[in-house]
Ligand binder design. Structure first.
Ligand code: PLP
Length: 387
């Protein structure tokens, strides 16, 4: 095994695309005006923001006026739920969220529960898909439904079109956390029944610390922050101009390259799935075989329940970066990924899963090297655990 590292954790974050860095550079250096200033320096950065907004809108097939820049996917998720809760005039107090949402939704909805809202979780099936009937059974009396487009641990893609229609027929807003989906699969706001959508630049080869919330025209969301008129008062604070420009460029590249990139990644992903099941006895794919993101694979190993962290560390020593469930798990070491528990896995078994997420900079060689080394690491650990 060579000493180079192979990064297979693109669902946690991605490397900045050099083309994105090139676009950002002028705004980290000479072009520094405050976009709210009336002089030429301010007008220049203001124009850069509007240019980026148009690029984000193009990727989502939305109107630029529907795109609001935030600091992250987490902020966008929080803003969608709290902003809708504080703006709601329907008298409804129910919030319906997927049981395997990111903590940015689960913990925020728990918080709203403490404030008196009724929070209901819709469970995915054992393949990691939320069935429309499950939502239909819970939606009455909701003012908002929030279900992620693609799960960050398992990689399954949800039937957002059907779920959104159920929410809207019940008179609720429909929010989707599309942080893992945007730029990987087509998201078309002109045809999808989505009122609010969260996204984040660092999952699509853009910089960290910048995100956006799509708010459909006519939908009211109250701001989390107060203090200035930026982003039409919805998200005040001096804009992160280099970040916004980076997000815009990242979206532009995704739009240009998504279809070719996804064909390439699906091929790599499928060979990874097939080779793992061929070479490692008692390994199994977690989540639906086909309704999944192009680059994300989640694998369990029978007889190694609870051992994902040891496997992750063994692979790390060999130079591979993978995840034991989600990036957040290092803050919750030893806890089972909630996504898997909500799919019916017992917590011990859930702690044995490995997430491998491929991205733009991965090659066939990366996957081949990983497929060579993974069985050795698993066999080594199985020997230890069987003692
Ligand atoms: N939602 C999902 C599905 C994610 O995967 C992540 C990041 O891991 C987030 C939200 C949070 O995004 P950010 O890191 O930009 O706050």
């Amino acid at each position: 095994m060579s000493s180079r590292r192979i990064y297979l954790d693109n669902a946690a974050t991605t490397r900045l695309d050099p083309r994105v860095l090139d676009a950002m550079s002028p705004y980290l250096e000479e072009s520094h005006g405050n976009p709210s200033s009336l002089h030429g320096d301010g007008r220049e950065t203001k124009a850069a923001i509007e240019n980026a907004r148009a690029k984000v809108a193009r990727l989502l097939v939305a109107d630029p006026s529907e795109i609001f820049f935030t600091s992250s996917g987490t902020e966008s998720d929080n803003m969608a739920l709290i902003g809708a809760a504080t703006a709601s005039r329907s008298g409804h107090r129910r919030i319906v969220v997927g049981a395997f949402e990111h903590p940015a939704i689960l913990e925020q909805s728990d918080h709203l529960g403490e404030l008196g809202f009724e929070v209901v979780h819709v469970r995915p099936n054992e393949e990691g898909i939320i069935e429309p009937d499950e939502l239909r059974a819970q939606v009455a009396g909701a003012f908002i439904v929030s279900i992620m487009t693609a799960n960050n641990v398992v990689g399954t893609v949800q039937p957002i079109g059907e779920l959104g229609i159920i929410a809207k027929d019940a008179g609720a807003l429909f929010h989707t956390d599309a942080v893992q989906a945007v730029g990987k699969i087509p998201m078309n706001m002109s045809s999808m029944p989505v009122d609010l959508l969260s996204m984040s630049a660092h999952k699509i080869y853009g910089p960290k610390g910048i995100g956006a919330l799509f708010i459909r025209k006519g939908v009211t969301v109250k701001p989390l922050l107060h203090g200035g008129g930026q982003e039409k008062g919805i998200r005040p604070s001096t804009e992160n101009v280099p970040g916004i420009v980076g997000l815009g460029r990242a979206c532009e590249i995704c739009l240009d390259e998504m279809s070719d990139e996804s064909v390439r990644l699906v091929k790599l992903r499928d060979s990874l799935i097939e080779e793992i099941s061929r070479r490692i006895p008692n390994s199994y794919l977690i989540g639906h075989r086909y309704r999944r993101l192009p680059g994300l694979v989640c694998i369990g190993f029978s007889g190694m329940e609870g051992e994902a962290i040891s496997l992750l560390l063994a692979l790390d020593e060999k130079g591979f970066s993978v995840s034991s469930g989600s990036a957040c798990s290092s803050n919750h070491a030893g806890q089972a990924p909630q996504s898997l528990v909500s799919m019916g896995f017992d917590p011990f078994k859930a702690r044995g899963s490995l997430r491998i997420s491929l991205g733009r900079f991965n090659t066939e060689d990366d996957v081949e090297e990983f497929i060579r080394e993974l069985p050795i690491a698993v066999a080594g650990l199985r020997k230890i655990t069987s003692r």
